[in-house]
Every structure is written in C-alpha cells, then in structure tokens.
Design a protein around this ligand. Structure first.
Ligand code: ADP
Ligand code: MG
Length: 614
C-alpha cells in the first residue's frame, strides 16, 4: 500500500505565520504536525509514503524527511497560492509518478487519535472508503462536507460545504482506494474540467459513479484550518499527556506569547524607554491541582526531565524548571497560599533564542497560580514579581521589559514603557504594507551574560561620574547637550556606552511616533541607526549578526534592520514590505547558511495579546 500525505497548500488563513513555514511542519505538542500522522502509519503495511509539497517548502520537507524511512518527498512545482495544483491536482501528480497500488490519502493538516488499521481493513473489504466524523454541532458541517450513509455504510448523499446541513456526519480527508481505480477516476474528473482544489468535490463526483463507503471514526479529530484550531489541538494533546503522567482531574489552560523589542536596547536598566510587542510565538500550559503538597513540572521541550518540588520547602533544582519554580518560591516568600499542582508546558518560542521564553514561562506560571488559587494579584504587579523571581531565585539579572510586555500586551499595539517609573502607553502599530520580520541567527555566544554584566557595570560607572556634574538619577535623565558638555569627563569606552544609551532613548521615543503615524521610512532608518550604535558604541554584535544584517539589507523592500535582544547572537528585527517576504526568506536564508554554515529561522510577526487563560 502507498500513502499520500497532502502538504502542498499555502495555508493563507494562517498568514503571516505560514508565509515562511509550511503549516504541516508547524510544531504541535512537541513535534511537527506531520509527524503525528506518520506516527499513525507505523502499524500499517506500507511500502512508501509520498509527501507532496510545493516548491516553496520543498527544501524544508527534505530536511524534515532526512533519516526517515519510506518517505518520498515530491515537489509539485508551485511557488504560490495562485499557482497551486489543488488537492486533487496534487493527488494526480503523485499517482502519475508511481506504479498503481492501493492508496491511503491523508490531508497533512488532519490530526486524529483513531487507528487507521480498522479503516484500511474496512476499505479492503468494501472498496473505496472515506473517513467520517460525527460532529456535535450541526452548524460545523457548513465548514466541512456533509455525508449521508445507508445501512451498509454506502454514501447516498454528499455535499461539500452545505448551506443547510441535514446530518451531523462530516467527511474527512482520509481516503482509501483499492488498486486499479484511483487514476481512472482522477483522469475522468479532471478531464471534464472539474475543480482540482477541494478534495471533497472529487468525492461528491465519485459517489455518483461508483460505490463509495464511509467509515465512522469514533475518536478525536482535528482539522487545523486556523490558529485557534492549532492552539486547541496543542492544548488537547497537552491535556492527554498530563492525564497520562499525573492522572485525571480538572485541567486549566493558559497561553503566553514571546517578546520582540522594536527598539530601545540596553536602555531598560538605565531607566530609559523600551518599545516591545508580544509576538505570535507561544508557550502553552495545561495545569491542574493535585491535592498534594508537591508541584510537578513537565515540558515537552525536556520531556524526560520531570521535576518535582515540595511546596513547603522550595529549593533550586538547577534544571530548566527553576524558572517556574522560582515563581512558586517568590509567592510563598510573599505570603501567598497555594497547594500542589501538576504543570505541563509546550512551546514554540525558541528557548534561549532571544524571544524571551524565560519571561513567557514565568508569566504563564504566575498567571496560572493567580487564577487557580484566587490570589488576587493585580495584573500590573505580575511582571515585577516575575522579575524578582528571576533575579533572586534563578540568579539572572534581567530587566522588567520581557515580563511586562508578556503580561500587559494588547493585540496590534506595542508598549512604550518608561523603565524609570514604569509608566506605559499603548502604541498602535500602523505598518500599512509592511511587516516586522524576525530573523534568528540561531547562535547565542556564551560570552553574552558576562558581557551583559560588564555593560551594566560600565553604565553604572558612567552614571557615577556624570552625577558629579548633573542632577540625575539614571543615564536616561542626561540630555544630549549635557552629554556633549561633560563627555570629556568620561573614559573613552564609557563615553561610547553612555552615548548609545542617550541616543537610543531618543530614537525609541521617535520610533513610537513613527508607529502611530505609519511613518515606516523613518522607522526603518531608526532601526538602522540603533543597530549601528549597538555595533559600534555598545559593541554587542557578532559575526553572525553582521552577516545576517548585511544579507537582509540587500533585499529591496527592507527599510531597516537591527539586532534585537541582549546581543552576541539571537535575533534581528527588520521592517519589510509584504511583497518581498518570499525573496527575503529565500535569499537571506541561503546566503546566511552558505556564509556561516548555520540554518537560520524567520518569523513574520503578528502583534498579539499578552498572557491569557484559554
Ligand atoms: P530566552 O531568550 O528564550 O528567554 P533564557 O536563557 O533567558 O532564553 O531562558 C531560557 C530558559 O527558560 C530555559 O533554559 C528554561 O529554563 C526556561 N524555559 C523557557 N521555555 C521553556 C519550555 N518550553 N520548557 C522548559 N523550559 C523553558
Ligand atoms: Mg530570557
């Protein structure tokens, strides 16, 4: 038997997330979506699995398939949604490339718990068979295809996306074809000029020509059409794992985004402005009370490393879990009362990748405790408690920006935060035809934390000297004229650091105005100036970052690019015109890889809400 998994779509409903990555390769519950399907195929008598994709993502699928058995990745040659062959066109593409056989066809965005063995056995007995799912809400049928079966399981009615559904049976894109039939019917269907796009339309045509049977699947099924379905599937699979590991109980769900700082780098600990937004990369948490005095922590990113602590005596574990454990520790210390819990995390925020997976895991943990035990902690206090936990328990000297934006963020808005008095303002982000694209160098040099502490000390030294001449509390209180007047009092290195802080602060305020006005050109220019200042004055860039930036600026449609985050690796943020995203990914990706040997990652950012219950 041969399997065809359909992965050549462009998932336009999930743009811009799926502009740079195939939907079928997005991570769900720790592994690429398609791997959940491959897992289901393991017990079937299969000789080949054809994964049909498009030219745009062909390379990514080849990398994914490396070292995997039986998988053949095929390229349908299309480059955009406009050129797509459609589901039926793609099935034909595969069938023409291989000798005839029985075929099992599966949409690459359908996740399911049911076993395929019974399905295939049924098909072998009856003939052409499609999967059927009984939905609870008849209105859902409008989005799918409706099917009516007779007593023998034969389809007697089929309608794609019916306006007035009459039954709750939906057809799902899991098909079985015995040997010798698929090619003929495909040819007939397509030669008559029928729509090659929707697989359901082919079945709607087919059942009138030949007997087609429906096999009703009982277990859970997901059709990942949009981001909500995607979140939902993640939470469902997480809750299953939680039950498997720790037993049953009422489960609560929370979601928290990552963080990108548009501009205002190394200003936070100098009492200056930052301008971050919450980016659509997420950490997911399923959590329940366990009625014990123990907190258990599991992460799908460290699956074999389950960590438990006695909540009456919370100690550092020197594991990944110290970030969430720190939250329990600080809450106890501040006199809050709570009982034992089981936590399970899943995340597509790269860990240590500069989008603050640490801030996200802290905020989500605190938000969960606040909700589950009615701690009545005001939202505006959450970031400060998290920061304290990271400073005092984990021992990392972080500022407030990450936890602040991850808690307080509002969709389509950045936050202009004054790190001196913590006053903040929502800044509507008006980019018109432009996106922020985040390019990850996928390096983080180990000198980063040492250099970070050094920069902080240098700024403190600069402040100490300038305080002799000026009435200031932080470096951000220094005006540019004042700096000019007293700069000779500073040693050369310190002078450079201080100049960065003062000028970056000015740029950050200007940038927030550009966002409101939609002045993308000037915003791009500010990003460039910020980068140059970070590179030459603050000296926190590195070779890989410079290569990425140089490649990025070669792309027409890029208005500006700068390093974002602490430095010495991590990510760059660029402002790019929508029409140039494909070219950017292709060229910058290729050239960066050639020059550094490292595969980069790109993310076209959506600006989303902060941490919430789901
Ligand atoms: P980042 O730039 O991503 O914030 P950090 O080094 O500051 O990098 O924080 C990363 C740490 O956060 C990890 O080492 C781990 O302890 C914790 N962490 C974040 N996300 C997860 C996750 N999904 N699972 C487990 N630990 C996580
Ligand atoms: Mg961090």
């Amino acid at each position: 038997m041969k399997v065809i998994i359909l992965c050549a779509g462009y998932a336009t409903r999930m743009y811009p997330l799926t502009l740079v990555k195939s939907k079928n390769l997005l991570q769900i519950a720790g592994i690429p979506m398609i791997d959940h399907i491959i897992e289901k195929l393991k017990r079937l008598p299969i000789d080949k699995i054809f994964v049909i994709t498009n030219n745009k993502f062909f390379n990514d699928f080849q990398i994914w398939a490396k070292d995997k058995e039986k998988i053949v990745v095929l390229n349908d040659g299309s480059n955009s949604d406009k050129e797509r062959l459609g589901a039926i066109g793609d099935i034909k593409f595969v069938v023409e490339k291989t000798e005839d056989d029985e075929f099992l066809i599966i949409a690459g965005d359908n996740l399911f718990e049911f076993d395929l063995i019974d399905f295939v056995n049924y098909g072998r007995k009856k003939g052409i068979t499609i999967g059927i799912k009984r939905v609870e809400d008849i209105n859902l049928i409008k989005k799918y295809s409706q099917v009516i079966l007779d007593q023998n399981g034969k389809i007697i009615y089929f309608e794609e996306k019916p306006e007035n559904p009459k039954s709750k049976d939906a057809a799902i894109c899991v098909y079985y074809f015995p040997k010798g039939v698929l090619r003929k019917y495909l040819d007939d269907y397509l030669n008559q000029g029928n729509n090659p796009d929707m697989a359901g339309l082919f079945i709607q045509y087919l059942y009138k020509k030949v007997d087609v049977y429906g096999f009703v699947f009982e277990n859970k099924w997901f059709d990942i059409g949009d981001i909500n379905q995607f979140h939902y599937a993640n939470f469902y699979l997480l809750s299953k794992k939680l039950e498997e590991k720790f037993g049953k109980g009422y489960i609560y769900f929370f979601i928290a985004p990552g963080r990108v700082n548009i501009i205002g780098e190394h200003t936070d600990y100098n009492g200056g402005f930052v301008l971050p937004f919450a980016v659509d990369r997420y950490i997911y948490l399923a959590v329940r009370k366990n009625n014990k005095k123990i907190a258990n922590f599991m992460s799908l990113q460290f699956e074999n490393d389950i960590v438990s602590v006695d909540i009456k005596n919370i100690k550092k574990t020197n594991t990944w879990a110290d970030y969430p454990i720190g939250i329990l520790w600080i809450l106890k210390k501040q006199g809050y009362d709570f009982e034992g819990l089981d936590f399970i995390f899943e995340s597509n925020i790269p860990i240590g990748g500069g989008l603050s997976s640490s801030g996200a895991i802290e905020v989500i943990t605190l938000t969960a405790l606040n909700n589950l035990f009615d701690l009545n902690i005001e939202k505006t206090r959450i970031p400060f408690i998290c920061q304290k936990a990271e400073n005092e328990f984990v021992g990392a000297r972080c500022g407030i920006m990450d936890q602040f934006i991850i808690t307080m963020a509002k969709k389509e808005n950045a936050i202009l935060l004054n790190c001196n008095n913590y006053q903040f303002e929502y800044i509507p982000v008006n980019l018109g035809d432009y996106y922020f694209i985040v390019s990850s160098t996928n390096v983080s040099h180990s000198i980063a934390s040492g250099q970070y502490n050094k920069r902080r000390a240098e700024c403190e030294e600069g402040l100490r000297i300038l305080k002799n001449y000026l009435n200031i509390k932080t470096l951000s209180d220094v005006k540019m004229e004042e700096f000019e007047k007293y700069k000779d009092k500073l040693p050369e290195l310190i002078r450079k650091r201080v100049l960065h802080v003062i000028s970056e602060n000015e740029r950050t305020k200007k940038a927030s105005e550009c966002l409101i006005e939609g002045n993308v050109k000037e915003l791009g220019e500010l990003l460039n100036q910020s980068h140059i200042s970070l590179r030459d004055l603050y000296q926190v860039s590195c070779k890989e970052v410079e290569i990425m930036r140089e490649e990025s600026l070669k792309i027409e449609g890029v208005l500006g690019t700068r390093i974002t985050g602490g430095g010495f690796g991590g990510c760059l943020i660029s402002l790019i015109h929508k029409d140039f995203v494909d070219e950017y990914i292709k060229k910058v990706g290729k050239n960066y890889k050639e020059k550094t040997g490292i595969t980069p990652e790109f993310h076209v950012s959506q600006i989303v809400d902060g941490c919430l219950p789901f």
